[in-house]
Write a protein that binds this ligand. Structure first.
Ligand SMILES: *Cc1c(COP(=O)(O)O)cnc(C)c1O
Ligand SMILES: [Zn+2]
Length: 398
């Protein structure tokens, strides 16, 4: 395995501490040799063990497995949703419930690998900018590893549950008077100057390797089959690429056959990738003031945009934008038809699916998996705001 620049193809050793290509500034990716993977793979154990991130350790870029920092991430439910399927108009619909992770979002899958890598590289402190879930997850894994943790958050813009987690796990928390994109630019500068601080934003190519396991688990839980489509919310755009990459690697070693069509969903107030895909462009134009109720995807300048565009194009997928109103409606549908509680960013997938089925882009006889990225308790204020208030009555029977 080695690091490879997705733009210029330069190759680097796996234990280099680059976040982007030192030659051209492009995004990096960990590439495995399929023959090497095939040789190491224990197919019998793979079929017998229940899903979890480290079940797929052969596909993880870790050299010293004694250093693994784990809170039991992955192995989340893949719910078959027949009532919701009827509502949106597809035959077979599954929701991959990432709220089931240790800190309530899929970010834990990346952090278990990223923080393990930080230990391998000898870092003492880890850092990130975050809309909330990345910081909650990093803070927890840093605590488990005994590492210092610094997080930069957009002031006043972080959902309550995520902020509570970040603070209680003990991260040094800095509120930036600006948005997420500005916070990320700042933390990148800090980590360039301070070599003792290791950056664990989604630019970090190792973190994304852990997130591939969403793709692995979907195939595993469907009985080693690949769905027709996978629908993913896009913020900084790492996850859609990581999931796509998971399917590519399973196909390359012959565990499954084929790649699902990747569908990326953004909010109307923050949809640079949707515009690029629909406009047939290779480069996207950042959105200056991103706005949406779905704070996890309130991102105007997604650093992994080039990877998302590749994942969508190569899998012959598309991207769609949804309004906050559609997101709220979908959030309630998921809760009330299936008992699945998700934060708004996750509900954007069901809202997007509904739109794409109505528009004819997705056929009714397809098998679709929506990735519900985060738990409803992440943003309790939003959940209460959009719901009917409880009726108040005196405390007597008649
Ligand atoms: C991080 C996050 C996203 C966006 O994922 P990207 O990899 O940044 O595109 C979506 N939903 C939730 C709940 C998240 O925490
Ligand atoms: Zn390069």
């Amino acid at each position: 395995m080695q690091l490879e620049c997705i733009e210029c193809g330069s190759k680097f050793k796996i234990n280099e501490r680059f976040y982007t290509c030192p030659k051209c500034g492009g995004l990096l990716e960990v590439e495995f040799e399929p023959s090497e993977l095939k040789r190491k793979l224990n197919r019998k154990r793979l079929r017998a063990e229940p899903p979890s991130v480290w079940k797929y350790h052969t596909f993880m870029p870790i050299l010293d497995e004694s250093k693994i920092v784990s809170l039991g991430e992955g192995g989340t439910p893949l719910y078959r949703c027949d009532r919701l399927a009827r509502e949106v108009g597809v035959q077979e619909l599954y929701v991959k419930f990432e709220g089931g992770n240790p800190t309530g979002s899929f970010k834990d899958r990346g952090m278990t690998v990223g923080v393990t890598k930080a230990l391998e590289l000898g870092a003492r402190t880890v850092a990130c900018a975050s809309t909330g879930n990345t910081s909650a997850s990093l803070a927890a894994y840093a605590a488990k590893a005994g590492l210092g943790c610094v997080v930069l958050l957009p002031r006043g813009k972080v959902a309550l549950g995520k902020l509570a987690q970040t603070l209680v796990y003990g991260a040094r928390t800095i509120a930036i008077k600006g948005n997420f994109d500005q916070a990320l630019a700042l933390v990148r500068k800090i980590c360039e100057e301070r070599k003792d601080i290791y950056l664990l934003n989604s630019l970090n190519p190792f973190r994304l390797q852990g997130q591939k396991s969403i793709g692995f688990e979907i195939a595993d839980q469907l009985g080693w089959k690949v769905p027709d489509r996978v629908v993913v919310p896009m913020g900084n755009c790492a996850n859609i690429w990581a999931i796509y990459k998971g399917f590519i690697e399973f196909d390359a070693v012959g565990l499954t056959r084929g790649i699902p069509v990747m569908m990326g969903i953004q909010a109307e107030g923050a949809k640079p990738i949707v515009d690029a895909i629909k406009g047939g462009l290779d480069k996207f134009k950042p959105v200056k003031k991103p706005e949406t109720i779905a704070t996890a995807i309130r991102i105007g300048n997604p650093v992994n945009g080039p990877k998302a565009i590749r994942a969508i194009r190569r899998s012959k997928g598309t991207a769609e934008a949804v309004s906050d109103k559609e997101i709220i409606k979908a959030q309630k549908l998921m809760a009330r038809l299936e008992g699945i509680g998700v934060e708004p960013a996750s509900a954007s997938t069901i809202a997007g699916l509904k739109k794409l089925v109505r528009g004819g882009a997705i056929k009714r006889d397809e098998c679709v998996v929506c990735v519900a990225t985060g738990h409803i308790l992440k943003d309790p204020e939003e959940a209460i705001r959009v719901s009917e208030h409880p009726r108040e009555v005196p405390a007597k029977y008649r």
